[in-house]
Design a protein around this ligand. Structure first.
Ligand code: CTP
Ligand code: CA
Length: 226
């Protein structure tokens, strides 16, 4: 519940959060991207700072204001986000990957604007981007590492598969086939998946959800058991 939220519950902790989309250049004027607004990651950064954490927000291009007391590092591409994340994550206590990272980027970035030719169809070859959250989870002194799973079907199965494959401590799974929640909306509803159990947090504002998630995470990373 929101009443769990305690100012100071993350005092002395360092939290790193990724947010927003990435842009993968095709040529000097074109890119591949997605519809992520960044709202969930920014709300988490705001809540982490309110809870007293030293908070670093690594952000792709968004229209959002930097929350108070949050250090924001702006990036464009997945590779930039990877570099910034791996250096910021070193020695942090909690890493939350809320960004919608492009899975692939064009294999070649044209130096000049591509010209329309006589062909009726052309092919763009894409290569895989590095997995940021899995790389953070593989650090020798890993932080408590949290990933999101945006799924349009098989939420629990795919969410749990990400937990295991990326060696995460927690997956926050959300159903993006429901247009009232996720990506561009102001609300979200999620299922938390960890190595023991699952827990549902039903629809509420991203702001409220962020505070509840931060309260839960503060408890997990400061509880003696961890
Ligand atoms: N993620 C990441 N780096 C990537 C891709 C994803 O850090 N290159 C993170 C996201 O920020 C999110 C989690 O991994 O926290 C899951 O992202 P998602 O797109 O749901 O998973 P993928 O592993 O990319 O699988 P798919 O897109 O096929 O579902
Ligand atoms: Ca993906």
């Amino acid at each position: 519940a929101a009443s769990l939220f305690v100012r100071g519950s993350l005092a002395g902790k360092k939290v790193v959060i990724t947010a927003g989309p990435t842009r993968e250049a095709i040529d000097p004027v074109r890119y591949l991207s997605n519809h992520s607004s960044g709202k969930m990651g920014y709300a988490l950064a705001e809540a982490a700072a309110e809870a007293g954490a030293t908070t670093i927000l690594i952000s792709g291009p968004t229209q959002l204001k930097t929350p108070a007391r949050v250090t924001r590092i702006d990036v464009i591409s997945a590779q930039d986000m990877y570099d910034a994340s791996l250096s910021a994550a070193e020695g942090c206590d909690l890493f939350i990957a809320a960004a919608a990272v492009a899975d692939y980027r064009p294999a070649q970035v044209a130096e000049q604007k591509l010209k329309k030719g006589s062909e009726d169809s052309i092919t763009l070859t894409l290569i895989k981007n590095p997995d940021i959250v899995a790389s953070v989870a593989a650090l020798p002194r890993r932080p408590f590492t949290v990933g999101f799973a945006a799924e349009s079907e098989n939420l629990l199965e795919y969410g749990r598969a990400k937990l295991v494959r990326k060696q995460l401590d927690l997956v926050i799974a959300n159903n993006i086939s429901d247009s009232e929640i996720g990506f561009n909306s102001d609300d979200n509803a999620v299922t938390l998946i960890d190595h023991g159990s699952t827990q549902e947090l039903n629809q509420r504002s991203k702001h409220q959800l962020a505070r509840e998630l931060i309260a839960l995470l503060a408890h997990k990373i400061t509880a003696p058991a961890h």
